[in-house]
Design a protein around this ligand. Structure first.
Ligand SMILES: Nc1ncnc2c1ncn2[C@@H]1O[C@H](COP(=O)(O)OP(=O)(O)OP(=O)(O)O)[C@@H](O)[C@H]1O
Ligand SMILES: [Mg+2]
Length: 239
């Protein structure tokens, strides 16, 4: 079974957190212990006087993770910028060796660890402008690419796949196409997945529709929503 997966995206706000949570809920329901990490985050918010990543906070809340917050999200920036740009502005050094150490600490405690990137695959995470792809490479992780279902996604998804596979030589487990807003499904949505498959040869691991109850989601409803929509065989079982 895969021990760790890097959940990358074709862009920010494509649904990496939602999909990561859905995968985590499904795996937990199957009896696996699952850890989640958001190594670098930006656009952080103030909660009880502490700057926190909304993604890390979401995971904490939904899954009652009892890991030290600093392990789940070692680097967090306030500015609504790519984290690497925010790191430069704040004069912070984002050290991948530090992230790696924390990653291994968490990995030790779980059957599987899901690592959510920040922004798109090529968004810079460090002040030296090392990207999500560089971090996945550093951690030796296979990746899943979450992409939008809407028009424009063929180009974004194929470029992300080509970069991951041909430039960074990352193992790509496949693509999950996600409808992150409730616009009406168009012809593009109905045809994009097949075209991405045909043009890239990548495995389509899931097609996730808009979820009407996203604001009140919990572990149980996440599991039900994702159960028949993900190809769980990459994790070693079928739904
Ligand atoms: N399938 C879906 N149905 C309903 N809402 C969704 C769906 N996917 C994502 N969303 C919503 O869209 C917004 C963006 O999704 P999400 O936070 O998962 O994106 P992200 O790629 O993790 O963004 P970031 O780059 O900030 O980490 C969130 O409000 C989320 O709840
Ligand atoms: Mg996110």
């Amino acid at each position: 079974m895969i021990k760790g997966v890097f959940i990358a995206g074709t862009d920010t706000e494509v649904g990496k957190t939602f999909v990561t949570a859905g995968i985590a809920a499904g795996l937990m329901k199957k009896g696996f212990s699952v850890g989640i990490m958001k190594p670098v985050a930006s656009g952080a918010v103030n909660k009880n006087g502490k700057l926190i990543s909304e993604d890390a906070d979401f995971y904490h809340r939904i899954f009652n993770l009892d890991d030290d917050y600093n392990l789940i999200n070692p680097y967090c920036f306030k500015a609504v910028l790519a984290p690497g740009v925010a790191a430069r502005l704040e004069g912070v050094s984002v050290r991948f060796d530090d992230i790696k150490e924390k990653y291994y600490k968490l990995l030790d405690q779980y059957d599987i660890l899901l690592v959510e990137g920040a922004g798109g695959l090529l968004s810079p995470l460090s002040e030296k402008l090392a990207t999500n792809a560089d971090l996945a490479q550093e951690l030796g992780l296979p990746i899943i690419i979450v992409s939008r279902s809407a028009i424009g996604t063929i180009n974004h998804t194929l470029l992300s796949l080509a970069y991951a596979q041909n430039v960074k030589r990352l193992q790509v487990l496949g693509v999950i196409v996600n409808q992150e807003n409730d616009r009406k499904s168009t012809l593009a949505e109905k045809t994009n997945c097949e075209i991405i498959k045909e043009m890239s040869g990548a495995d389509l691991l899931g097609v996730i529709p808009y979820c009407k109850f996203v604001k009140d989601i919990n572990m149980e409803s996440l599991n039900n929503f994702f159960l028949d929509r993900i190809d769980w065989s990459i994790f070693g079982y079928t739904s």
